[in-house]
Design a binder for this molecule. Structure first.
Ligand code: MF3
Ligand code: CO
Ligand code: CO
Length: 316
């Protein structure tokens, strides 16, 4: 049997299973269309970090431990966190300036790597659980954790750069999605709505509320615009360790019962999808793509909960 060309996602599947199309053959049909998928490229050797730059505890082994000791002075700790997060934002901006058609994601990795070192920071992703590069580059249908390789960016691509720096014992984490050359209107809209969704998630932060409020705000905005929200990956506490509690889900999740308190520091990093929110992993163990091959965008800030809301730390 062949899939009819136009079938509503909530209509019964063409195969006669009785299930809704979106729960049944939709992902496979989209995949069969197979349009210009991103393919794995060649990955260059890990870049070197001078021994003079302090490293996180996993830098040699790949296995994250308890992290650097916590600064007993909370005011000083927040000031140090501000510096790490601002440095992350600077490195992200510097890396984005190198984007243009024809440049490989590995070349962006080189620019990013140099920018971390110039600030005395270590690229947090480098050998984190074995990740081989200094930033994540996620192109088109790649949702997150794309590994920089020898693929040249093409005009019309969208690419998320996810930058994390380990500076003075603390991690600062942020990302944004950029256009390469001229992109179509659908991709512009996806990028704009994803950034708006992140900002609405940040605006939902308030001491005393549960973290569920964040995901609820993000999902409502995505749904309003017909986009999916990736459920398989979330935001996270960040500080002495790269990934800490609490997890921050980006959809309305009844299990998100952690209560926000002044001084908590975590990321909000929604991934929105044009089609289904279902994802698949590549054999490299890292790269995550949409199951249906349609595009995905992501934005990320590290924030601190304040007395009456949130302050964005990964800001220039
Ligand atoms: N920076 C990503 C995040 O936002 C994590 C990347 S971990 C890596 O949480 F190992 F994939 F690099
Ligand atoms: Co990140
Ligand atoms: Co993060």
């Amino acid at each position: 049997m062949k899939a009819p060309s136009a079938i509503g996602v909530n209509q019964p599947c063409w195969c006669g299973s009785g299930q809704k199309y979106k729960k049944c053959h939709r992902d496979r049909d989209e995949e069969a269309k197979g349009a210009r998928r991103i393919k794995p490229g060649r990955i260059s050797p890990p870049r070197e970090v001078p021994l003079s730059i302090p490293r996180p505890d996993y830098a040699e082994s790949g296995k994250p431990g308890p992290g650097a000791p916590v600064d007993p002075d909370p005011v000083r700790r927040l000031a140090r966190m501000r510096r790490a997060c601002r440095a992350a934002a600077e490195v992200l901006a510097e890396s984005a300036r190198a984007l243009r058609p024809g440049v490989t994601t590995d070349a962006i990795d080189a620019v990013c790597h140099a920018a971390y070192l110039a600030r005395g920071g270590y690229p947090s992703t480098l050998n984190y659980r074995g990740f081989p590069k200094s930033l994540c580059t996620s192109v088109n249908e790649v949702v997150l954790h794309g590994i920089p390789d020898d693929r040249a960016l093409e005009g019309g691509d969208i690419v998320n750069l996810d930058v994390t720096i380990y500076l003075d014992g603390l991690h600062g984490d942020c990302s944004a999605t950029f256009a390469v050359g001229e992109i179509d209107e659908a991709s512009q809209r996806l990028i704009r709505v994803t950034e708006e969704a992140m900002m609405l998630g940040i605006e939902a932060v308030k001491p005393g509320r549960t973290t569920r409020a964040i995901g609820r705000a993000i999902e409502a905005h995505a749904t309003r615009h017909g986009y999916g929200v990736v459920r398989a990956f979330c935001g996270h506490g960040v500080g002495e360790q790269f990934h800490e509690d609490p997890p921050i889900t980006h959809f309305d999740d009844p299990r998100a019962t952690a209560v926000m308190e002044e001084g908590m520091i975590f990321t909000i990093e929604p991934m929105l999808t044009e089609g289904s929110h279902n994802v698949r992993g590549w054999a490299d163990g890292w790269t995550v793509v949409t199951a249906d091959g349609r595009r995905s965008a992501q934005f990320e800030h590290t924030i601190v909960v304040t007395r009456d809301g949130a302050e964005i730390l990964t800001r220039l």
